[in-house]
Design a protein around this ligand. Structure first.
Ligand SMILES: [Fe+2]
Ligand SMILES: [Fe+2]
Length: 232
């Protein structure tokens, strides 16, 4: 007997891919929008990062930040599984929680592409990464961020979403400002290493604008989740 499954949560497609004009407009929108007011916790991560990697954007700094970026989504995924198990007697609620798990996994995948793309740009431009600054430190910060994310999620999920929105806002502005400060990137062709999975852009500038726009989408999703932090 063949069973047809016509409704199951598919992996979301991820943030929309923009064309050249839309990417330029997206960059201008970001530059025209003031940064969020960052909380003390967010500043506790941004400050040491600026001290260790410099205030200016760079491929190595972005690659390091992308290691950390997927951590809250991992924390929410794990908390989601715990909640599904906790509410196993309420199938409709468990299904809604599972939908959020699927979203969290899609966002982790998107951040993973960012990391792979940035790491590829680091290698192509021959920038040096050290064990301390680019392996040990990101791991330590990610460790801290992971635990902060799930503990916050347990006590005040809206705070956990807010913290991620601040992190995403910081990333969005970081990419868009970097592109504005390095106009020559508009003339560097996108190497297209992950074109099949992430799309191919006219230039490295457009590739980074697309990543910046993904970060804005992540931010807006987290702000949206803040309005209904607990699945009911
Ligand atoms: Fe990212
Ligand atoms: Fe992000």
């Amino acid at each position: 007997m063949t069973v047809t499954v016509d409704h199951r949560p598919e992996a979301p497609a991820g943030p929309p891919k923009l064309d050249r004009d839309q990417l330029r407009r997206a960059q201008q929108d970001t530059l025209d929008t003031p940064r969020m007011k960052y909380s003390l916790l967010a500043k506790m991560m941004f400050k040491p990062v600026d001290i260790m990697y410099g205030k200016q954007g760079s491929y190595t700094k972005f690659a390091m930040l992308e290691i950390i970026a997927r951590v809250p989504y991992q924390a929410w995924e794990r908390m989601g599984y715990w909640a599904v198990h906790h509410h196993r007697g309420r199938s409709a609620l468990a299904r809604r929680i599972f939908e959020r798990i699927v979203e969290a996994r899609a966002d982790q995948d998107n951040e993973q592409w960012h990391l792979l793309i940035l790491q590829d740009l680091v290698q192509r431009t021959g920038q040096r990464q050290t064990w301390l600054l680019h392996r040990a430190a990101p791991w330590l910060i990610a460790f801290f961020y992971y635990h902060v994310s799930w503990v916050l999620f347990l006590v005040r999920p809206d705070w956990s979403y807010r913290l991620n929105a601040e992190f995403e806002d910081h990333a969005e502005h970081g990419y868009m400002t970097f592109v504005a400060e390095n106009p020559e990137l508009d003339f560097v062709p996108d190497p297209g290493t992950y074109a099949a999975e992430y799309g191919r852009y006219r230039s490295v500038a457009d590739l980074l604008r697309q990543i910046g726009h993904d970060e804005r989408t992540h931010k807006l999703d987290s702000l949206e989740s803040m309005r209904e932090p607990r699945v009911r």
